[in-house]
Design a protein around this ligand. Sequence first.
Ligand SMILES: [Zn+2]
Ligand SMILES: [Zn+2]
Length: 369
Amino acid sequence: MIECDAAICVRPGEDLVIDRIRVEPPREGEVLVEIAASGLCHTDLTALDGSNATCVYPLIPGHEGAGSVIEIGKGVTGLRPGDHVIPLYGPECGTCRMCASGRTNLCWSIKATRDKGVMPDGSARFHRQSETVHHFMGTSTFSRYTVLPEIALAKIRADAPLDRACLLGCGVTTGIGAALDDVRAGDRVAIFGLGGIGINVIQGARLAGAAEIIGIDINASRMDLGRSLGMTQFIDASMEGARTVEAIRDLTEGGADVVFECTGLIPVMRQAFDSTAPAWGSCVLLGVEPKGAELAVPPVGLRYGRKLKGSYFGGVKGRSGLARFVDLYMEGKIVIDPLISHRLSLAEVNQGFAMMKSGAALRSVIVFE
Ligand SMILES: [Zn+2]
Ligand SMILES: [Zn+2]
């Protein structure tokens, strides 16, 4: 049993509490990880505000971390103490129907227990005084020590700085991976929403050789960063409003080859769909909609060949595919450092979420000292 500080969401609607917890040693197939750093992501907010159906309280949020292996449980063969790892909220077992299909990076082998805030054996590894504290997204990276199944850890090269590589655990990989999957050289690309995901779609589209990359946001302050990453045009949606679709069509001879939706707002999803090229354009949904929301599109648009699709974690299989993204970063082909607007201590986590909500922070990272 190991003791450490963690940020705990006792019940939704309240600030996170920083307190001592006890972390149990890893059981069979499990790994104890010391987290070096963890980004703050919008999905953590769904745990804080109570809108996430997979949350069991109290819980430890955080799902964009990086750290090193401290101890391995029985039967763990692919990792050893000292290895650097990125926790995966989407595991890769390699043998379930989804992994075996070769058609998806979704692996639901441990989804049932993960969505109940416990490890695959049905129990949690965190305790605060006499109370059990639950896991969140199977990762709980707002604790200095956390326990994960081996199949939910990507081993990464030892020379990658963990306080930056952590962003590859969610936002950076989601954006870049989605772009690499769908953008072809010479494409005209449009991206709705230049937050933590959209800004990375720009990087991915540039890597894929897009000829034009149009960014759309209501926050013009995102323009400079967008341009530095490869954005070629910017549309200020706060000025253009309903004319945004027309503006994109004007810039792309009638519609973009690929449009990425990164806001999660239903009306914006419809605008994104309408902005695609009529016979072949793809609209890729990355933003997460409000619970239960539905999207209406005219069937004729689909019949004429448009595609409406989504992407989870950039389509990347974590254990076999994430190392490639670490390489891209280490080779200077993608950037992470300029995306980190704030570095915080664990005690400052609530300020970090306040800055996320106000738009003051692009990405905050908690660094464990
Ligand atoms: Zn995330
Ligand atoms: Zn699987």
